[in-house]
Design a protein around this ligand. Structure first.
Ligand code: V4E
Length: 217
């Protein structure tokens, strides 16, 4: 299991020029994401993000760095860190724990359902967001990846990403990200919105407002 530490940024023409000069392009790919939650949004309101990407299930779970936000460095404030679980039985176990088995549609005829549909139905999970991303990826230095994402609903965003093992050094990952940002000439000190923030603001404004109130976004 790994922890993804990342900082989002808006990629200007100047940043792109620097990236193409100092980074190594490792390819471009396209993928569709489908995000799932209960009708009452119990997962995302607790900052858990369940998605299916290219046929594989992924659950992003919040982790605490242990510092109250006033004491966080700027590098830390600009970064997010989530544990990524990709093992389906483990995902199902985690999801069940978070939503505490909220009543699913267990009485419906389930014999004809595919495996995926079955567990989603049993846990009463529905798809609330679906979009396609074209991603161009670069490496900058050992362990630092830069992704430039173009989502099909008209938003593009970059991210600087460092993967560490669970229990690994989040602070040094944040420092690596800060150095990479400096190299790319990123001086902003504001958090940049991710694709999902923009998607929810546009297509689920009420839920977006709840996530803001819950300090998830
Ligand atoms: C909204 C959200 C999550 C869902 C996935 O978001 P994101 O990192 O934007 O997706 P993507 O496609 O870049 O995933 P990757 O391929 O890197 O795994 S996970 C956490 N959040 C909350 C969140 C937040 N509070 N603040 C920011 C800046 N981003 C995300």
């Amino acid at each position: 299991m790994s922890v993804e530490v990342e900082r989002k940024f808006l990629c200007s023409e100047d940043t792109l020029k620097i990236l193409e000069k100092i980074g190594v392009c490792i390819g471009q790919r396209e993928f569709q994401d489908q995000y799932f939650d209960s009708p009452g949004f119990e997962l995302t309101l607790r900052d858990f993000w369940l998605r299916k990407r290219k046929g594989c299930w992924e659950l992003k779970c919040p982790i605490s760095t242990g510092e109250p936000s006033e004491e966080q460095s700027l590098a830390a404030k600009l970064c997010t860190q989530y544990k990524e679980i990709t093992n389906l039985p483990e995902i199902q176990q985690r999801v069940k724990k978070v939503i505490k088995g909220t009543c699913g549609d267990r009485d419906t005829e389930t014999a004809s359902l595919q495996e995926d549909e079955l567990w989603l139905r049993q846990l009463n999970l529905v798809c609330f967001a679906e979009f396609t991303t074209v991603r161009r990826s670069f490496t900058l230095e050992e362990g630092v990846q830069i992704d430039l994402d173009q989502a099909d609903f008209g938003y593009h965003v970059g991210e600087i990403e460092v993967l560490i093992p669970e229990g690994g050094d989040v602070h040094s990952a944040q420092e690596k990200i800060r150095n990479a940002a400096q190299k790319l000439g990123l001086n902003g000190d504001e958090r940049v919105e991710g694709k999902m923030n923009v998607y929810l603001k546009r297509y689920h404004p009420e839920h977006y407002a709840k996530l803001l109130s819950a300090h998830v976004l």
